[in-house]
Structures are given as C-alpha cells and as structure tokens.
Design a protein around this ligand. Structure first.
Ligand code: HEC
Ligand code: HEC
Length: 309
C-alpha cells in the first residue's frame, strides 16, 4: 500500500511516514481508505450533475433553475416550468399511475346504477377508499370524522334514522340539491302546559312511561288542529322524508338531547323547549363543487355507513 514501509514496524503497529524529528518524534501514515475516496469523488460528480439539472444556487434575488423541466396541466393549459416539487406533485396527481387508475375507477363507478354498485364488492372497496378522503375534505367539518354528527347541530349519518330518506337515490338528492330542515316554533300557539303535554305524548311513543292524562291531551294536540304536528311527522309520527321531518317514535334523537337527560322531568322539559323554539338547519348543495361521479361515490358511501334503507 504505502511506499514508506517502516522497517522497524512490528505486527499490529501503526505505519509511519518514515520522518523522524527530535530523534524520536514520528508521523503516522493513515491514508484514507480507497472506498471512502471514491465515494467522495462520486458525491462531487453527483453534485456537479445536480447543479446543472436542478435548482441549486441562490443568485441575487433568484436562483439557478437547472435544465430539467416539468410539464403539467394548469387550468386546462399545458404549463412547462423548471423542476420543482410542487409541479412534480401536480403532475403526479394528473398523470401518475395511481391517479390515472383512480380516475378510471371513478368513471366506472360513476356510470353504475346504485343497485349494481352497492352489490359490487370491488367497486365498494374503491368507494370506501375514495370517499373517506372526500368525506374528510367536504363533509367532516360538519358531520364529523366518520359521520357521527353532533346532536342538535349536524345529523348522525351512521345510524339508519333519516330526515330526508336513506336510499342511495335520496341521499344523492340531498347532496345535489342541499336541504333546509325547518320546523316552526310554537311560542305563540302553545302555552307551557300544552308544550309539556305534547312533549309527554312524543316521549310516550318512544317507550317512556308518562302521565296518562298528559299523553292523551298531548296526542290531541299532536294529531289535531292546535299542534298540527301530524302534518309533517305523520299521524303515527313515523316521519315524512319529503319534508325532512324525522320519525319521532324510534327513540333516536338527532336534535333534542333526550339520551343526555337525567330523568323524565328533564326529558319533558327538553322536548318542550325544542318545540317552543322550532329549528331551521341547512345542508349545503354540492352540485357545483363535486362531479356527478364524486357525488355518486359519496352517496354510496354514506348509504353504506348507516346500513341505509
Ligand atoms: C355546513 C355544514 C355541512 C356540511 C359541510 C355538510 N353537511 Fe350534510 N347536513 C348538514 C345539516 C345541518 C343537515 C341537516 C339538514 C336538515 O336539518 O334537514 C345535513 C344533512 C345531511 C344529510 C341528510 C341526513 C338525513 O337524515 O336525511 C346527508 C345524507 C348529508 N348531510 C350528507 C353530507 C355529505 C355527504 C356531505 C359532504 C359532501 C355533507 N353532508 C356536508 C350540514 C352539513
Ligand atoms: C312544518 C313541519 C313540521 C311541523 C308542523 C312540526 N314539525 Fe317537528 N320537525 C320538523 C322537521 C323538519 C324536523 C327536523 C328539523 C331538522 O332536521 O332541522 C322536526 C324535528 C322535531 C323533533 C326533534 C326530533 C329529534 O330527532 O330530536 C321533535 C321532538 C319534533 N319535531 C316534534 C314536533 C312536535 C311535537 C310538533 C307539533 C307541536 C312538530 N314537531 C311539528 C317538521 C315539523
């Protein structure tokens, strides 16, 4: 290896350069290992090539752009820029293998009718994967991650209790058109006692043991001229999807926090307060923000969440 073999070197002793100062001061000879040197030269070559091809050095207020370019679509036009990760990402999203496959699947699924789609295991696994992301982007802010909703504010989409109906077609209509859920308040037409009576009636439909006299009086209000509740909720309180009026007899509560009440008195008070106030809620329309295929995928997904009708 070295040309300066130290003749006095014993096995295991480090080699020296052969120079001696002050009669006993010697200099070790430890050349860099060859693999290390070649590695070093390779990084130098790599850096030079990199500087030529890619953005590298700051120059004034700008930087050297490199020779490498990226072409991608922006607002329907083809744009070519110097290499940068943001454009690289844009191109991946447009023409990457994944993206192309995803678009093809979306087109396929968008063209299927719901009956075929919901029964197709492979298509539904695509629906689940795609819709999870889309739901997070467009829906979770209100309906929460996973679609559990917030009682009194945003409907739970995971149960099989629906305001506007739970068939895939009805869900699609909800997404395309948006919905306005409206129930008038009864501030003027019902007094405190009547409100408690009608509340007792509604609670009795859900299996709560209420005062019989109140329930009878409340039933008359609900199904009669004074309350007219039946006009929206139906005579048997089973709900009316065309008005977004929920079933009031399945003990599922989307607006009044009945499950959170400690006792019957509080349950009556909560339902009575709700009927007194009424409510208006708004589900935005998505027809102008999502493509028909995306709406189809989301509708199938929401339908599958609650084991929809
Ligand atoms: C700004 C808040 C908001 C956003 C965003 C939103 N929703 Fe809603 N959504 C609501 C409200 C409020 C209602 C209840 C409307 C009513 O009272 O009738 C609702 C109702 C619904 C219903 C009807 C439920 C039923 O029981 O019939 C479905 C289905 C639904 N949303 C799905 C979605 C999906 C899917 C998205 C995302 C694409 C979404 N929502 C985005 C607020 C929102
Ligand atoms: C004009 C139609 C209409 C009338 C009349 C009406 N409701 Fe409603 N009711 C609705 C709608 C719509 C909702 C759901 C609102 C929403 O989702 O934003 C609702 C919700 C409710 C709820 C909440 C259920 C839950 O899941 O928490 C109760 C309780 C209720 N109504 C009771 C009554 C009673 C009692 C009367 C009569 C005194 C009445 N409603 C009259 C349309 C009506």
């Amino acid at each position: 290896m070295s040309t300066n073999e130290n003749p006095s070197k014993k096995p295991g002793q480090v080699e020296t350069t052969g120079h001696v100062w002050d009669s006993n001061l010697q200099e070790y000879n430890n050349p860099l290992p060859r693999w290390w040197l070649w590695g070093f030269y390779a990084t130098v070559v790599f850096a030079l090539v990199y500087w030529v091809l890619y953005p590298a050095w700051p120059v004034g207020g700008s930087f050297t752009k490199g020779l490498n370019t990226i072409t991608f679509m922006q607002d329907g036009e083809e744009v070519t820029t110097h290499w940068n990760t943001r454009s690289l990402f844009a191109r991946e999203m447009q023409s990457g293998k994944q993206a192309v496959r995803q678009r093809e699947m979306l087109e396929q699924v968008g063209a299927m009718d719901y009956e075929t789609l919901l029964a197709d295991v492979e298509a539904m696994s695509f629906v689940n994967a795609y819709a999870k992301g889309a739901f997070g982007t467009w829906c979770a802010a209100c309906h929460q991650t996973g679609g559990g909703g917030v009682i009194g504010q945003y409907p739970n989409l995971r149960d099989d209790h629906w305001l506007w109906g739970g068939t895939a077609e009805q869900i699609e209509e909800t997404l395309v058109l948006g919905r306005i859920g409206y129930m008038p308040g009864y501030r003027e037409s019902l007094d405190g006692q009547q409100l408690e009576q009608v509340a007792s009636y509604v609670l009795s439909l859900n299996g709560f043991a209420m005062n019989d006299v109140d329930v009878a009086a409340g039933g008359e209000i609900f199904n009669g001229y004074l309350g007219g509740c039946y006009q929206c909720h139906g005579v048997d309180a089973a709900g009316l999807a065309s008005l977004g009026a929920p079933n009031l007899s399945n003990n599922i509560w989307g607006l009044v926090d009945v499950p959170g009440a400690a006792n019957d008195e509080e349950r009556v008070a909560r339902v009575a307060r709700f009927v007194h106030q009424g409510v208006q809620r708004h589900m935005p329309a998505f027809a102008d923000r999502l493509s028909p295929a995306e709406i189809r995928v989301l509708s199938a997904y929401v339908h599958s969440l609650g084991g929809g009708q």
